[in-house]
Design a protein around this ligand. Structure first.
Ligand SMILES: Cc1cc2nc3c(=O)[nH]c(=O)nc-3n(C[C@H](O)[C@H](O)[C@H](O)COP(=O)(O)OP(=O)(O)OC[C@H]3O[C@@H](n4cnc5c(N)ncnc54)[C@H](O)[C@@H]3O)c2cc1C
Length: 474
């Protein structure tokens, strides 16, 4: 059903942003009997509107067609989704619960109440029940298995990560396929193509000024307001609205470096399931995994390496793209006049970049142990390797000009906790000194999750929404 749009609208609860954080929050509020309006800037498109990771998908479901940058030395080129369901629509759905040692760190640094692994378990279970987590049935695709074999050959451990995926139906899972139908069944109203421009507190309520389809201005009044626009857009909206205390000062990423391996036999056939192997034993220093290795993704990764790129035309079936990532880099989000995209900046400590670089060396070793005959790091100025011994000629530190960092995980721009010196909200997402206003997305994390983040975002949104409902949104 299409939601009628009028110049002034009202709801008990308004949730801005329909990614995992917003969709789960809105679902629980609607199921608690509150009239709930979920606003989403992007379009409402079916999960299969475009092939996964195709240029069509990037054009229609990503912000700025996938071109967004955190400026620094080096810069980080990151992507955000912009569609109903947010990042869950476009991601690979590799799934992990938050590692308990990360929760302990957050409790220590940010003084977050009741955020232990035990306390979060029921929230993980509740989200997993609807979102559907599954292990790949049967043999993993060769590209993935090679990483597992390489790790085993070096005496390391690799895992096959579970995913948010319905393997019986051969369909990835996302908010538009799971929580949003549940939200609608509970009577929740969703308005797509509606960008929140500003919020303000007036007469004990929250007023959202929004624009529909870039043309029509709408005012929405809410008793309780949740902002769930993702870790970059949430601080941008709050700062535009004059809320600045610890907002947008502590953005974190999982920056990645990539390498391409050429194997002695086909590993990468069209129609293979997505790869799932990960090497997690070196975390939090760095983690290793497999990327989507379609010819277009290989070409993008090899943009600065013409020699290996030339092999794509004839040998794409023998090539695989792999990544190393960690949590290095501290960013800031600042709203710019005019309400357009915010300015995002990042700075890196040498130690974090060194750990990432060490991760690339480990990955290269694993790929040669797995039978690679050539490995090309996607680092400008780095030559193709034909043996593991050639690693000895690499510089001791990664030159910053070669650190071509990309990221698909952003968080921690408005951290939660009782440490008011650094936290934007209390331990449950309530923005300090702003009654009835809560944050409900990846912004709330107190640092990098190290594991793939969607599980953490979902469970924490679930925990905080139940607390808000129990407290009658006070
Ligand atoms: C390509 C890609 C691959 C990924 N792979 C994985 C993976 O395999 N596993 C994993 O765990 N995680 C993965 N992630 C990360 C995961 O998707 C995110 O951590 C998660 O989606 C964050 O949820 P969120 O609710 O914080 O925000 P988002 O998912 O970013 O949702 C925010 C929503 O708010 C909307 N919005 C923003 N501003 C406004 C506004 N002003 N008004 C109205 N609406 C607004 C946006 O359009 C967006 O739809 C990936 C992400 C990407 C982009």
């Amino acid at each position: 059903m299409i939601e009628p749009i009028t110049e002034r609208m009202r709801a008990d609860v308004v949730v801005i942003g329909s990614g995992p954080g917003g969709a789960i929050t809105a679902t629980l509020c609607a199921e608690a009997g509150r009239s709930t309006l979920l606003l989403e800037e992007g379009p409402d498109l079916p999960l299969d509107a475009a092939p996964h990771f195709s240029s069509d998908e990037i054009l229609h479901k990503y912000r700025n067609a996938g071109v967004t940058m955190a400026f620094g030395n080096p810069s980080v080129s990151y992507v955000e989704a912009r569609c109903v369901g947010g990042g869950s629509e476009v991601n690979r759905g590799l799934y992990h619960r938050t590692p308990p040692y990360i929760l302990d760190q957050w409790a220590g640094s940010h003084h977050v109440d009741a955020l232990t692994a035990d306390a979060l378990t029921p929230h993980f279970e509740a989200c997993e029940g609807t979102a559907r987590i599954a292990a790949l049935p049967g043999a993993p695709p060769p590209l993935s298995q090679r990483l597992g074999d390489g790790a085993a050959g070096l005496g390391w451990e690799a895992i096959a990560a579970p995913r948010l995926y319905d393997y019986e139906a051969g369909r990835k899972q996302s908010m538009s396929a799971t929580f949003i139908p549940r939200f609608r069944r509970a009577g929740g109203r969703l308005i797509a193509d509606m960008r929140a421009l500003r919020i303000r507190r007036i007469n004990g309520r929250w007023e959202v000024t929004a624009r529909h389809r870039c043309t029509r201005d709408v005012t929405i009044i809410a008793d309780a307001l949740f902002v769930a626009c993702g870790a970059v857009q949430t601080p941008a909206l709050l700062r535009r609205s004059g809320l600045r205390r610890n907002i947008g000062d502590s953005l974190r990423f999982h920056p990645m470096l990539k390498v391409v391996a050429l194997f002695d036999a086909p590993v990468n056939r069209p129609g293979d399931p997505d790869p799932v192997h990960q090497i997690k034993m070196f975390e939090p220093r760095f983690g290793i995994g497999c990327s989507i290795s379609s010819p277009s993704m290989l070409a993008l990764a090899l943009a600065t390496n013409a020699q290996m790129r030339a092999h794509i035309a004839t040998h794409a079936d023998r090539m695989g793209l792999y990544y190393v990532q960690n949590g290095t880099g501290h960013g800031r989000v600042r709203a710019l006049p005019g309400g357009c995209d915010p300015l995002v900046s990042v700075r890196h400590e040498a130690a974090g970049l060194d750990e990432l670089y060490d991760g690339v060396r480990h990955l290269v070793r694993a790929l040669f142990a797995a039978g690679a005959i050539m490995v090309q790091p996607c680092l400008p100025g780095f030559a193709m390797l034909r043996s593991v011994e050639e690693l000895a000629a690499w510089p001791e530190h990664l030159p910053r000009r070669s650190a071509l960092l990309t990221s698909v995980h952003v968080f921690a721009s408005c951290p939660m906790g009782e440490n008011r010196r650094i936290c934007a909200t209390d331990s449950w997402g309530r923005v300090h000194d702003a009654d009835g206003l809560r944050i409900a997305d990846a912004s709330l994390m107190c640092g990098p999750t190290i594991a793939n983040p969607q599980g953490s975002v979902m469970a924490i949104a679930h925990r905080n929404a139940l607390q808000a409902i129990e407290r009658r949104f006070a």
